[in-house]
Design a binder for this molecule. Structure first.
Ligand SMILES: C[S@@+](CC[C@H](N)C(=O)[O-])C[C@H]1O[C@@H](n2cnc3c(N)ncnc32)[C@H](O)[C@@H]1O
Length: 257
C-alpha cells in the first residue's frame, strides 16, 4: 500500500508486469463479483433530473434520457461511477486526504457534469470537457448548479476530443488534478484517452478515474496500456464515501511515470 500523487490515502499498487493487468481483472471480478450487484444503484437514467446533496448544496442535474437511444451518446445521463467519484472526492476532502481548494482541475468526458461540480464546490477551479455536441447540456447544468452563491471554486466547460491537441488553457499550466468517471468503456477510445491523459499530466498531476465494472476485456486493455506510462493504484472501498460504495465500480489513482 502506497501514497500516490497528491492523494493522502494509501492505495493498492497495480504492479507492472506481463500478467498484472489480467491479475487485476481476476481480482476485481473474483472478489467484487460485480455482476451480482445491482446496476445503476445511485442513478435513475429515465428521469429528466437527478438530485444529489453534496457539500451542503442540493445539486439538480438535468439529463436527457431520450438521447441515450442515439448511437455513441452516453453522457446525456448520469452513471453510478460519477456519483461514486464525486462523493469520494467530497469524503476525501472532509477526511483531510485531499485538498482541492484553489487547484486547477480538468474533467474528461464530463457528461452531465456532476463530478466537476462537486470538485468546484470543494474549491477547485474546474474545466469540464466533453465532445462538442455534449456541451449544450453540460453548460445548462453549469447554469443551473454553479451560478449561485456559495460555490467555493469555479466551473467552466470546453470541448476536448481525446487524442486531439488540447486547448492550451487545459495544459498550461498542467492541471493539479484530472478526473474521469466511466470514461473507459470503448476499446476504440482507450489509446486516444491515454494520449490525452499523457498530454494533460505534468510531474505533479494526480489523476482519479472511476470505472464501471461491466467489460473485463476493455478494462484489462486500458490497464495494460496505461501501465506503460503511468503508475496505477486502486483505492479500497474503505476510503470511499461510506454511503456510496458499489461492487460494480472501481476507483484508480494514476500518476505519470
Ligand atoms: C459513459 S459517459 C460518462 C459521463 C460522466 N462522466 C458520468 O460518469 O456520468 C462517457 C463520456 O465520455 C465522453 N466521450 C466519449 N468518447 C470521447 C472522446 N473521444 N473524446 C471526448 N469525450 C468522449 C462521452 O461524450 C461521455 O460524456
Amino acid at each position: 500500500m502506497v501514497k500516490l500523487g497528491s492523494y493522502g490515502g494509501k492505495v493498492r499498487m497495480v504492479i507492472g508486469g506481463e500478467e498484472s493487468a489480467a491479475e487485476e481483472i481476476m481480482l476485481l471480478w473474483g472478489i467484487q463479483q460485480p455482476t451480482l450487484s445491482k446496476p445503476n444503484a445511485f442513478v435513475s437514467q429515465s428521469s429528466l433530473t437527478l438530485r444529489l446533496d453534496s457539500c451542503g448544496h442540493s445539486l439538480s442535474i438535468l439529463q436527457s434520457p431520450s438521447s441515450l437511444s442515439t448511437p455513441g451518446v452516453t453522457g446525456a445521463v448520469m452513471w453510478d461511477s460519477g456519483i461514486v467519484l464525486g462523493k469520494f472526492l467530497e469524503h476525501s476532502v472532509d477526511s483531510g486526504m485531499l485538498v482541492l481548494q484553489g487547484k486547477k482541475i480538468v474533467e474528461l468526458g464530463s457528461g452531465c457534469g456532476l463530478v466537476g461540480f462537486i470538485a468546484a464546490l470543494l474549491g477547485g477551479q474546474v474545466i469540464l470537457t466533453d465532445l462538442p455536441d455534449r456541451l449544450r447540456l453540460l453548460r445548462k447544468n453549469i447554469e443551473t448548479n454553479m451560478k449561485h452563491g456559495g460555490v467555493r471554486g469555479s466551473a467552466t466547460a470546453t470541448e476536448l476530443i481525446w487524442g486531439e491537441d488540447p486547448d492550451p488553457e487545459l495544459t498550461e499550466p498542467a492541471p493539479d488534478f484530472v478526473l474521469g468517471s466511466d470514461v473507459v468503456y470503448s476499446e476504440n477510445a482507450v489509446v486516444d484517452l491515454l494520449v490525452t491523459l499523457g498530454q494533460l499530466s505534468g510531474p505533479k498531476t494526480t489523476i482519479f478515474l472511476a470505472g464501471e465494472l461491466r467489460n473485463d476485456a476493455i478494462l484489462e486493455y486500458f490497464i495494460e496500456e496505461a501501465m506503460k506510462s503511468f503508475i496505477i493504484g486502486r483505492v479500497d472501498q474503505t476510503l470511499w464515501h461510506p454511503d456510496y460504495g458499489s461492487n460494480r465500480v472501481v476507483v484508480y489513482v494514476l500518476v505519470k511515470k
